[in-house]
Design a protein around this ligand. Structure first.
Ligand SMILES: [Zn+2]
Length: 281
């Protein structure tokens, strides 16, 4: 998401919105201000907060609206030069702009599959909308304090996925961070010693930095990467652990599937699949 925001920022900064055209029934999550109020606004910059892309307009956020885009699992963004008129299946919104050089450009948000979860918001000046509920970013002091000294009794994996506790990690990076820190997917934060906590903090930050590096090196469409292209262990169960060569396994809990290496993370112990064992009972 960070790399995507950087690329959009380079494309669209200084561009003037000519129209924002909603294309789906359920994509737009706000009513007021309406998308028509965006016409004439100049893009000040594009960045990211958690998994939201944030489009800022001139002169500043206190007096101009902001646009948020959440791509969810299957959404993607296309920059169209020149803009198209077609209405591709799964289209959510097409924003038409005139860029710094006076050329017409459009930003199309669309979604593949049937989920219909990709969404966008037009936030009134000063309104944080869904950003209000987000926890601190992983590189903040606040997150560092939580990991090194917090007494949260939940599992680390649950904590990392909870956007109200820390924003922008998600389950893929949670798998990779636990693997890097050699921690069990079932470890709770309160049970970790100081060394493990420090390793966890380093691991979370490292997987995010490395993920961003890989993304910055990508060319082509502005889609989200496919699973498995992007992560070290997440969703790679059945293949060899990149560190020790043993087989990666998966375990289900809380309706999530976690990939881990028994040799590196659980002293060789294969974790019981809680969903499966419930069924067996
Ligand atoms: Zn291993």
């Amino acid at each position: 998401m960070q790399a995507l925001a950087e690329r959009l920022d380079a494309e669209l900064r200084g561009a003037e919105v000519t129209a924002a055209e909603p294309l789906g029934f359920s994509g737009l999550k706000t009513v007021v201000p309406g998308p028509e109020t965006l016409a004439g606004l100049v893009v000040r910059g594009v960045d990211r907060r958690a998994k939201y892309l944030v489009v800022h307009f001139e002169p500043d956020d206190a007096t101009a609206p902001r646009v948020l885009v959440h791509l969810s699992q299957a959404g993607r963004l296309d920059v169209e030069r020149p803009p198209k008129r077609t209405r591709a299946k799964g289209s959510v919104v097409r924003m038409h702009l005139r860029d710094r050089d006076g050329d017409e450009v459009a930003l199309l948000v669309r979604e593949y599959g049937h989920e219909r979860k990709a969404a966008w918001w037009v936030l009134a000046p000063g309104d944080d909308g869904p950003l209000e509920r987000l926890g601190p970013e992983p590189d903040s002091e606040e997150f560092s304090e939580l990991v090194l000294h917090g007494d949260d009794r939940r599992r680390v994996h649950t904590i990392l996925r909870d956007q109200r506790t820390v924003s922008g990690v998600g389950r893929g990076y949670a798998d990779d961070a636990l693997w890097r820190a050699r921690l069990s997917p079932y470890a709770s934060l309160a049970s970790l010693d100081d060394t493990q906590r420090a390793a966890l903090l380093d691991a979370v930050r490292a997987v995010l930095v490395d993920g961003l590096e890989r993304e910055r090196g990508r060319t082509g469409g502005l889609s989200q990467p496919k699973l498995g292209e992007h992560f070290e262990v997440h969703a790679r169960y059945g293949t060899a652990c990149p560190r020790c060569g043993d087989g990666l396994r998966r375990v289900s809990y809380e309706s999530h599937e976690v990939t881990y290496c028994p040799a590196c993370q659980t002293d060789g112990k294969v974790l019981a699949d809680r969903r499966l064992s419930r069924l067996v009972k």
